[in-house]
Design a protein. Sequence first.
Length: 226
Amino acid sequence: MPKAKINDIFVSFQGEGKFIGQEQCFVRFYDCNLNCEFCDTKMNTFSEYTSFELIGKIKETIGEAEIKTVSITGGEPLLQRDFLLEFLPKLKTEGFSVYLETNGVLHDELFDIIDYVDIISMDIKLPSSTKQRPFWKEHAEFLKISKDRDTFVKAIICINTTLDDFKKAVDLVSNINSKITFVLQPNTSELGRDLADKLQEFKRYSKDYLCDVRAIPQLHKIVGVK
């Protein structure tokens, strides 16, 4: 029976993306396959759970709260595909909606578990933001697999993010489905006038190609909660 490496389990409101403000139970999976320069999720420890143990811990954490959405986040949850294949069907049987937060790179792993996912928050990793190699092909394959789910994408916008990178991201999304919500998420550590001007420039460019582009900061970071 596979076990998951879990860094944290907690209840909070969703601080990012188009479901911002919704109360959820967060299950933070340990480890990631990327090392983005702006990453603010540092994990040094984990606990191991079987699928039955993790469902029990989720129920215990939620308690009497009326929470029906579990955010599977990380790190990168899809690194633990074998566990998710066993765990997610059980979680659905318990009546929960599954909200997957992912870096949008591991498309083969997504294909295996897509039937058990309701909402997908997919990052587009802009090379000028992450200081990593481009993942345009991987992101495109990921979006093709997730297009029949409630999917939105978000890109971290930094002072150094280039318009050229953003244009490539807009082109990628519009070629698959121009109605996908595209969230511009400003890098919290760089919030200020210069970054606000960049967000406005990017939003003006995207309006001719995408139907729903929103600039949304990390609310949970601003108010100081998990």
